[in-house]
Design a protein around this ligand. Structure first.
Ligand code: PBE
Length: 267
């Protein structure tokens, strides 16, 4: 089978991201569910995964990565999600905003902005692509905020300014979340907040908000990807709903590869 050939060529390795990511546990589950024998999922990082993808793509070589949208890689390369007939990666996901308990009383202005915050894959993609093309993260977010006053004002209209109150946002250094967190941090700064952005591993991001050490995060992928983290930490934080709808995770390969389904990786 074609998948079998790719196995030897790829040393039966799926290139993953950080071990704490939901797409990593799903990929490991896929190896079990589809009985993929020798295949293993190798942990790395979003940056290392996209580098491996870029290197393979340049030489039209095979590569299989743990992937997701929104992500700039789909704008940069011709890629496809492998079909997942067993639905291990789940259907469409939404990205939710969570805040610590008590935020609505302590910081009603920030709470309101975070509650209002909602954008689309294309909008997030503009910041992600700018960063990928070499722009500084904060500058890319600043340019977007300046160019999208109408949308930003939908989140901030009628919200009072504050005077340097400190607020901490936590996130994981996935490209999608680097874009969203930098952007919303600037919106809060423009309202007068003194914003700290703290990059963590996924479980510590959830833990920080649930224990009230951090104030908010805009990086919870539901219902599937972060379900296990929500089970552990969800009771003691507040879900402000989706800030982006129609996200997706799965195994991703270049279009030129001769496989279409995770099943094709069976030996
Ligand atoms: N991701 C991007 C994350 C959520 C955001 C799909 C890599 C994860 O798998 O946990």
């Amino acid at each position: 089978a074609a998948g079998g050939d790719y196995g030897e060529e790829l040393d039966y390795t799926i290139t993953g991201i950080d071990a704490g990511a939901g797409v990593m546990s799903a990929a490991e589950e896929a190896v079990e569910v589809y009985e993929l024998g020798d295949w293993t999922v190798q942990a790395s990082s979003d940056a290392a995964m996209t580098q491996a993808l870029a290197d393979a793509y340049e030489n039209e070589e095979p590569v299989i990565v743990t992937g997701w949208t929104p992500h700039w890689k789909f704008a940069e390369f011709d890629l496809k999600f492998l079909d997942d007939p067993e639905n291990v990666f789940g259907e469409a996901e939404d990205i939710h905003t969570f805040v610590r308990e008590g935020l609505s009383d302590d910081m009603p202005e920030a709470y309101e902005v975070l509650n209002n915050f909602q954008w689309s894959e294309d909008e997030m993609g503009e910041i992600m692509s700018a960063i990928q093309e070499g722009e500084d993260e904060e500058e890319a977010a600043r340019a977007w905020v300046d160019e999208n006053e109408d949308m930003v004002s939908e989140w901030t209209d009628g919200v009072d300014s504050v005077d340097g109150e400190e607020i901490e946002l936590v996130f994981v250094a996935w490209d999608s979340e680097i874009a969203s967190t930098n952007m919303i941090a600037l919106v809060l700064e423009d309202l007068g907040y003194d914003v700290t952005m703290n990059p963590l591993e996924a479980n510590f991001m959830f833990q920080a908000v649930s224990e009230g050490e951090a104030d908010a995060m805009v990086a919870a992928w539901l219902p599937g990807t972060h379900e296990h983290l929500l089970e552990d930490y969800g009771d003691s934080m507040e879900d402000l709903g989706a800030n982006l709808e129609g996200a997706r995770t799965g195994l991703v390969v270049p279009e030129y590869m001769d496989i279409d389904s995770i099943e094709d990786l069976q030996q």
